[in-house]
Design a protein around this ligand. Structure first.
Ligand code: NAP
Ligand code: FE
Length: 357
């Protein structure tokens, strides 16, 4: 067994300003990396800027990260960062800006490399990465992964490098501005991470401790997520479940629902959590090791896998995907053994298709 999660995580109200000195220890000039609006709307951007100003750290801002960030965006940001001699990056937002900030940091630290290096197994240095999440799904603040869109391949793929943030600052107040849809999608992503990590070839007793604890926390807000009455305590639980789920997948990787989701997101612009969630209930239903299924269902408080499937359907609605795309998606997954290596059993094209919704 191996346990490795080198990111220092603080979770408390006001933690960005409280830990200004620790942020400032990473250098004299920061590059703040965000999407279009959410960093500012949540107040996270103001907190980061005021922490930097307090410590006399200068900064530049790159606010062009799109949902499901592309290699092109990473390369554009790298040029701006290199022109400005930044020492470290601060990603603020959902998984998209956080993942982008990891890849941007890597490419800035290695200015002589071309974008091909993102998908090469080459050990490279990387400048410090600070993450401030504003969604509660990806766990990117506690993982080594950065998933980028490859337009030439019409899909998304995790880059080949291990890029844990140095520091992640979790303030659950930033979650409060999320739309119901975004909240539901990202909570379902975290749930998928917990389950896919538990049902995983790489799972160990240590990784499963994180999965079980994340599921226990997730079960606490299961009803409020459904009825929309989300309290401050629920938001706190959501950000913790998501971060803990990140630690779980950092050790195991994800599995079939994530593998099936990427081309659905690319081809139909379905948000990440929703695309993953449309396979999650069916994946639990199909999973052969019923002892493991029972552990997950018991912690979450569902009697049967179909109850869980029904619950997820109720949250996300049925995602209509035409058969041709589902078949192509399933074939793509089955033709790529690397993508299925985390799934411990044989699986057929028909099984994969029937997992949908
Ligand atoms: P996202 O793509 O980062 O953000 C989705 C939308 O929500 C954006 O429009 C964003 O606005 C908005 N938003 C974010 N926080 C908000 C807030 N607090 N209030 C209001 N609006 C807010 O969504 P995500 O689901 O968190 O991230 C998905 C990405 O993470 C995918 O690329 C996925 O592949 C990746 N991912 C990574 C890992 C990992 O381990 N690294 C794991 C799973 C998924 P702005 O555009 O204005 O910011
Ligand atoms: Fe995910």
């Amino acid at each position: 067994m191996k346990l490795f999660m080198p990111t220092k995580v603080y979770s408390e109200e006001g933690c960005v300003r409280k830990h200004a000195k620790e942020i400032a220890a990473y250098g004299k000039k920061a590059m703040i990396i965000t999407g279009k609006h959410s960093a500012k709307v949540t107040g996270a951007y103001d907190d980061v800027v005021s922490a930097l100003q307090q410590e006399a750290v200068s900064y530049i801002v790159f606010d062009e990260v799109e949902e499901n960030p592309s290699v092109e965006t990473v390369m554009k940001a790298r040029k701006i960062g290199l022109d400005n001699n930044v020492d470290f990056v601060i990603g603020i937002g959902g998984g998209s800006p956080l993942d982008a900030s990891k890849a941007i940091a890597l490419m800035m630290t290695n200015p002589d490399k071309t974008e091909d290096v993102l998908y090469k197994n080459e050990v490279l240095p990387c400048m410090p990465i600070v993450c401030v999440p504003t969604t509660c799904g990806t766990g990117s603040e506690a993982t080594q992964y950065s998933i980028l869109t490859l337009h030439d391949q019409r899909t998304k793929r995790s880059i080949s490098h291990t890029l844990f943030p140095e520091l992640s600052l979790l303030d659950s107040r930033y979650l409060r501005t999320m739309s119901r849809e975004c909240l539901v999608n990202t909570c379902v992503d975290a749930l998928a991470h917990l389950v896919e990590s538990y049902f995983n070839t790489n799972a160990s007793e240590l990784s499963r401790i994180y999965s079980r604890e994340g599921l226990r926390i997730w079960s606490k807000f299961k009803d409020s997520l459904k009825n929309g009455n989300v309290s401050a305590e629920d938001y706190e639980d959501m950000i913790h479940a998501s971060m803990i789920a990140g630690i779980a997948i950092a050790h195991t990787g994800t599995s079939v629902p994530h593998g099936m989701s990427y081309s659905i997101t690319y081809e139909r612009k379905i948000p990440h959590g929703k695309a993953v969630g449309m396979f999650l209930g069916g994946y639990v239903d199909f999973y052969k090791e019923k002892k493991d299924v029972k552990v997950v269902l018991d912690i979450l408080g569902f009697d049967t896998a179909s109850d869980l499937r029904q619950y997820i359907r109720g949250l996300l609605g049925v995602v209509e995907i035409e058969d041709e795309l589902l078949v192509a998606d399933a074939k793509g997954l089955l033709e790529n053994p690397a993508k299925l290596k985390n799934y411990p059993y044989e699986i057929s094209e028909q099984d994969l298709i029937e997992m949908a919704n």
